[in-house]
Structure formats: C-alpha cells, structure tokens
Design a protein around this ligand. Sequence first.
Ligand code: CAP
Ligand code: MG
Length: 423
Amino acid sequence: MGMRYEDFVDLSYEPKESDLITEFYVEPQRGEKLKHSVGAVAAESSIGTWDPTLSTMREGIKDLGAKVFDLNEDSLVHIAYPEELFEPGNISQILSSVAGNIFGMKEIKNLRLLDIKFPETLKKSFLGPKFGIEGIKKLFNVERPLVGTIIKPKLGLNHEEHAKVAYDTWLGGIDIVKDDENLTNMSFNKFNERIDETLKRRDRAEEKTGEKKIYMPNITAPLEEMKDRARYVEERGGEYVMIDIVTCGGSALQEIRKYLEGENLVIHAHRAMHAAFTRSKKHGISMLVLAKIARLAGVDQLHTGTVIGKMEGGEETITINRELREERVGDGRYPQDWKGIKTVLPVASGGLHPGHVPRLIEILGKDIIIQAGGGVHGHPDGSLAGARALRESVDACMEGIELKKYAKTHEELKKAIEKWGVV
Ligand code: CAP
Ligand code: MG
C-alpha cells in the first residue's frame, strides 16, 4: 500500500481534460536522482509525505496522487493533478497545494512553477474581471494607449498637494492618476481627505479638458478596512480602486472582488513584492502564473512590466500580456481556455519617460496603460509639462510621426527628450 516518491512518476499517463496541469523547472539537490526529486514535488503538492508506508493510506486515496507525466532532459517537468484535490473558488488552497511546501524540500535545489492550466470546473469557480479591456475601453472611448501617472514623491505630499499635482497632470493630458503602492492612510495624508480633494479636482479637470479622467486610490489595508475604503471611494464618485494584490493575498483579493460585484469600481492591481518569488529564473513562481491567478480572481488591470524600463523583467512581459488579452484560448503548451473569463488590461510602468513610448508601443501594442511617475514629475518644467510630454509622445506615435520630429513643434516633449533621450 506504500507510495514512494517514485510512484508519483508515471510517464505513460495521459492527462485528462479535468486535470490541473503544472509546468515546473526542477533542479535536484546534489546526489539526488531526478525521478526521486520530481516525485517528491508531485507527492508533497498532492497527497504524499516523506514516509511511503502510511498506515492510513488506502487504495481510493492513492488515485488522488499527482502524476509526473512528462520529464525532459532540460529539467522541465509536467505534473497532472486530479481536480478533486482542489477546492473550487479558493485561490489560497490551490496555491498551498501546487505552490506550497514544495519550494522548501531538501530533495530540491531549485524549483520554479513556470505555468499552470486550470480545468474548466476550477476556472468557472472564479469571477474573473468585471470590466476587462472591453469595459475599460467603453469608459474612455479612445483607441490609443491610456496614459497614467503615479504621484511622486511616493510618500510625503499632503492630501492637498497630492490633489494639486493630480490636477496638473490631468490638465496636461494624463488619463489616469494613481496612488503609489505604499500610499494608503498616512498621518500626513489621510485617505478620506485625499479622496475628497482629488476627486473634486478630477471633476474640475474633466470639465476643463472635456476628457474622461480617472483617479485610482490605493485601498490596500486589512480586508474590512479595504471594503470601507472602496465604499468611500464609490460614494464620492470614484470609478476605480487600486489594490496591492501580492501583499494583500489571494483571499483578500477574491473577497474584495466579490464585494465589488454589484458596484461600478474597476480594479487596478499593483504587484509590489512579486519579484521576491518571480525574479529568480530557477526558483519561485513565474509572473505568468501570478498573472493567470490575478485574471481568474478578477482584476481588471495588472502591472506586467515594460521590457525596457527600470524594473527587471524582459520578454516574458510580451507572453504575459498576450495571455491577459486572450479572449478564448491562451497559447502555452497546455493552453488555458479563457472563455467566460474577461480580459485584463496590461499596465507598463517603472522607469518610463516619453522617450520610451514608441518602442514600448512597438513591443507591447496599443492595448496597454503607459504609466510614468519620475518620467512625468521629473520634467524640467514640472508635472503639467511632464504630463503634456507623455501624452504628446503617445499622440506622435498614433499619428505615425517620429518622436524627435514631433518634438520640434511640441516644447514639452522637446524638453523631455533633451533630459531623458529617446530609447
Ligand atoms: C513606477 C512605480 C511602480 C513600478 C513597479 C514605482 O514609478 O510607481 O510601482 O512600476 O513596477 O514606484 O516605481 P516610476 P512594476 O514611473 O517613477 O518608475 O510595474 O514592474 O510592478
Ligand atoms: Mg509605485
């Protein structure tokens, strides 16, 4: 009745449609056999443990064991999990299984969860985005990439200063102003006061420019507080909230998504802390997996990197963006069927300035938000001019005019390029 780690490897197994599939990169610890190590991963992430002769094991339970069904020379491993191992609608439980204890096992030197495919029953158990790209497009009614800014300095401005900077950038042509990931309810900048003041300014900016303007306040906090903050934003005419989804965790994210089901609040997801587990190429969890989970849980917008900005993360961003925008079936080796789950608008942010914009659009396409904090508020003539320069860079691309040429007749863009160049 025993179940050794090796018993969790069955290369003849044909995965079923109903199985959850994972792709791992596995490096066994020195002296460990690959089969033993990958078996350990399948065992610990499903039903097994270190002792193969459990007195409590019986035939029916053995069938619930995950199966390594594909094992490559390059240490890529595919594992199939019976769907009964997972509680529908429970991200935390799914992660505790397929991305839980296994990262710390002694048999393993390095282990990276590269990809995941959810079967239909699990997929259907999640809400997915309420608005998605389509809903967001309706809100703005423009075909170009949206331009956003993060108020900088990240922390320190009081609520009036914050609102004034937001107003200036809206006047300059910014569509979306967002709080930074660590700006919540501070002693020097109270959440409620900031919301009141900034939304008031938003209304004025909309009147003055005739354009749709959005403020994305960061409601990140313990769950009950987060709900109160979301409600406060909605009652004052806000249309978006931002959540730090990694530091809040899947449980809080799912709960707030459910709470907002009947409301008109778009969810912007910041991914602060993701790099603690996504950055190493050998260990941890890929950003692609995090993005898929965020989509299932129901964020409408997600930071996915820039390829060319200040943050680490290259070409993978292109794959992730494609997966988030996919309306039907994704294109991994075990493609995710997204039917019934809306799309997510990717957000390019981190070290960007107007000089990045043509290359960014070339790499990532038009269905993105281009956000710049330092690249707006660091403009030699201030935030309003910085906002103009960023918007001008997008307008130039949409008109198919080379940035340096466009800058000849657009002073703000010219100065931005003088300072930061064109990438
Ligand atoms: C951008 C940003 C974002 C990063 C995070 C910042 O500001 O607000 O938090 O984009 O990275 O504080 O760095 P700047 P990512 O425009 O001033 O760089 O989007 O990759 O998760
Ligand atoms: Mg930030």
